[in-house]
Design a protein around this ligand. Structure first.
Ligand code: NAD
Length: 256
């Protein structure tokens, strides 16, 4: 379905980004990976799916590096047709104790990077009159949790940016939507499981149940594979008039 399309997925050396990259690769898209983790393993996984793959290590907190990555994408594959703004970090602390550098980093990586990649990707998408921008927000783009001020503010911002991007391109073939996962067991969440295990003196498995029990009625983690299939739907012909939604895949978290 996506042969001859190129997808850039930020923060795709692990977790959700890699899951989305693999799902798009299975549909025949060329893949540009980004992120700070090991890039060789993920590149080999994508290649094994029969897709072309490249990697750029831009730091998504730096607009000049984002611009260099967009230029690299154009040089490698012609242009970016599908942009998945996924890179993100987390830090957990009450507002009065929240480190200023962590606030700045979370806003830069989780929110501003999506603005920069989007503004740089749009001209070619509009020229081709086809594009898909998928912002990986979070349930925390829709509701809040204590001790996650920067993350919740950034993710609510991502949902707002999604709506504006959708509206500004509503009469074109370029759509923009957000995906809002609940708990997904990636390195980002494993850190929170570890913190819960040590705070409560319980095992890794017990800590996972505590984490799910607080928020996710299904008591199941959402998986990168499931999120990948939602991204594929947004890229499909049936998704052509889905514009500006923030679609939660969260085991019932936001339904409560
Ligand atoms: P992850 O830690 O597995 O992946 C994050 C990716 O971002 C990694 O590839 C990492 O190297 C990259 N990254 C971090 N800082 C970067 C930077 N400055 N420049 C470039 N890349 C950078 O985490 P994940 O859980 O897969 O998170 C992916 C996205 O999904 C994030 O935006 C996160 O907020 C969101 N999300 C995660 C969950 C969850 O439960 N795991 C839930 C909702 C939303």
């Amino acid at each position: 379905m996506l042969a001859n399309k190129t997808a850039l997925i930020t923060g795709s050396t692990s977790g959700i980004g890699l899951g989305i990259a693999k799902a798009l690769a299975r549909q025949g898209a060329n893949i540009l990976l980004n992120g700070f983790g090991d890039a060789d393993g993920p590149q080999a996984e994508i290649r094994a799916l029969g897709a072309k793959v490249a990697y750029h290590g831009a730091d998504m907190s730096k607009p000049s590096e984002i611009e260099a990555m967009m230029n690299f994408a154009a040089d490698s594959f012609g242009q970016v047709d599908i942009l998945v703004n996924n890179a993100g970090i987390q830090h957990v602390a009450r507002i009065e104790a929240f480190p200023i550098d962590k606030w700045d980093a979370i806003l830069a990586i989780n929110l501003s990077s999506a603005f920069h990649a989007t503004r740089l990707a749009l001209p070619a998408m509009r020229k081709a009159n086809w594009g898909r921008i998928i912002n990986v927000a979070s349930v925390h783009g829709l509701v809040a949790s204590a001790e996650k001020s920067a993350y919740v503010a950034a993710k609510h911002g991502v949902v707002g940016l999604t709506k504006v991007t959708a509206l500004e391109n509503a009469t074109t073939g370029v759509t923009c939507n957000a995906i809002c996962p609940g708990w997904v067991l990636t390195p980002l969440v494993q850190k929170q499981v570890d913190a819960k295990a040590s705070a409560n003196g319980v095992s890794n498995e017990e800590a996972k149940k505590l984490l799910l029990g607080e928020k996710e009625p299904s008591m199941q983690f959402t998986t990168p594979e499931e999120l990948g299939e939602l991204a594929v739907f947004f890229c499909s012909p049936a998704g052509a008039n889905v514009r500006g939604v923030a679609w939660n895949m969260d085991g019932g978290w936001v339904a409560q």
